[in-house]
Design a protein around this ligand. Structure first.
Ligand SMILES: Cc1cc2nc3c(=O)[nH]c(=O)nc-3n(C[C@H](O)[C@H](O)[C@H](O)COP(=O)(O)OP(=O)(O)OC[C@H]3O[C@@H](n4cnc5c(N)ncnc54)[C@H](O)[C@@H]3O)c2cc1C
Length: 361
């Protein structure tokens, strides 16, 4: 067991927006068994800072406006197969494992199921929080259980998939962010050799074309080919945080009543709309709404002393970008301006996907 304490810890390299911020105290541990002692001492409920504790993973879904007093990073790194039965493998990965490393590890073992989620930044521990999703797959579909530490009681619990209440970019954990710390995730994955092409999801946003498949192709590819195509697509379409700071999609696709969607579609037939969380709702493309307001590729102004480095990516209207020295406050102001425009033009409220630290939406 090893616990590190870093006072006034710089966070610029710990958030993919690359904004300058620091944590009053950052505690890092590589052993989840340290948590009960940590939380009964310096992170205890009575501590004035306990409620401000930020659990920090890879920082790829955060907009830090003001650094937290206290941050905790669980840097645990084990991945193992717990069991193989019938045509399924049960895999357990620690919270600190890099998500993409897990995806590649499972493919090397011959396990399928996570290929559509290749190259998503961040850690295993954060993946269930917003039920990460890409190319037609959400991680909740592959999770068997989530092991958590309850901050207030110091007890460990195991949530089965139903108890996680996964929904679009949402989970039981996201609804109570200050209560749970995810320590490990168990996945149930089909063995790639037992899977025929119908078990792979490739009918999403250009994936089939990227794989060079004819529209009616029904085989001749496997989970690895899907992962490779996803990686190529993502490299082409999304700005690399190492080049231009960003947190991926900044806005969630809004879910609206079906009647409202129908009225919008009558006026804007090109607006992409999908089934929402029930037959009575529709999920609208936030990217389309933002693009229609003319925001793609635009930068915020330098009025009020801002750096002018906050902008919207040229490749993707959903991605806010730090072109250099933008502050969290500038990025937040830009996001609010975009949301206000979309609301004024279409009457639709769009909401941020990343957690905003040190300010309210
Ligand atoms: C270029 C780019 C592309 C992206 N593409 C996608 C995408 O396709 N799909 C998608 O869903 N997301 C995407 N994201 C968003 C992001 O990668 C995911 O949300 C990821 O799961 C965040 O992981 P993280 O470790 O960086 O979490 P952080 O940003 O560190 O934290 C996010 C939230 O989770 C909490 N948290 C982190 N670890 C734990 C833990 N162990 N226990 C409890 N709470 C915890 C934090 O407190 C915070 O509330 C993208 C981001 C970028 C930069």
């Amino acid at each position: 067991m090893s616990v590190r304490r870093i006072e006034r810890a710089p966070l610029r390299r710990r958030n993919t927006f690359g904004v300058e911020a620091s944590a009053g105290l950052l505690i890092e541990t590589d052993d989840a068994d340290d948590l009960p002692a940590l939380f009964s001492n310096e992170l205890a409920g009575e501590s004035p800072h306990a409620s401000e504790l930020l659990v920090l993973g890879g920082g790829s879904n955060l907009l830090i406006v003001e650094g937290p007093a206290l941050a905790l990073n669980l840097d645990t790194q084990a991945i193992r197969t717990l069991d193989i039965h019938d045509d399924r493998a049960i895999v357990r990965a620690d919270a600190g494992v890099a998500w993409h490393r897990l995806v590649m590890w499972t493919l090397e073992q011959g396990y399928a199921g996570l290929e559509n989620l290749a190259l998503i930044p961040g850690t295993v521990g954060a993946a269930p929080i917003q039920n990460i999703g890409a190319y037609g797959v959400e991680v909740g579909e592959r999770i068997r259980a989530v092991e958590v530490f309850e901050r207030a009681t110091g007890a460990f619990h195991r949530f089965d998939a139903a108890a996680c209440a996964f929904a679009y970019r949402d989970s039981a954990f996201k609804r109570e962010l200050d209560r749970w710390l995810i320590v490990a995730v168990e996945f149930e994955l089909p063995l790639a050799r037992t899977l025929d092409a119908s078990g792979l999801k490739i009918d999403y946003a250009g994936l089939r074309e990227e794989m060079g498949l004819a529209a009616d192709a029904r085989g001749g590819y496997g989970a690895r080919q899907v992962a490779e195509a996803v990686i190529r697509l993502r490299r082409r379409k999304l700005p690399d945080p190492a080049v231009a700071g960003n947190a991926g999609s900044f806005f969630k696709n809004p879910i609206v009543p079906a009647a409202q969607a129908d009225a919008l579609l009558a006026e804007h037939p090109q607006l992409p709309a999908f089934r929402g969380d029930s037959d009575a709702t529709r999920k609208l493309s936030a990217a389309w709404l933002i693009d229609a307001c003319g925001w793609k590729g635009r930068r915020a102004g330098t009025g009020g002393g801002g750096s002018g480095d906050a902008g919207v990516a040229g490749q993707h209207a959903l991605v806010l970008v730090n072109h250099g020295r933008a502050t969290g406050a500038e990025l937040l102001a830009l996001a609010r301006e975009i949301a206000a425009d979309v609301d004024a033009r279409f009457g639709v409220a769009i909401e941020p996907e990343p957690r905003i630290v040190g300010a309210r939406w």
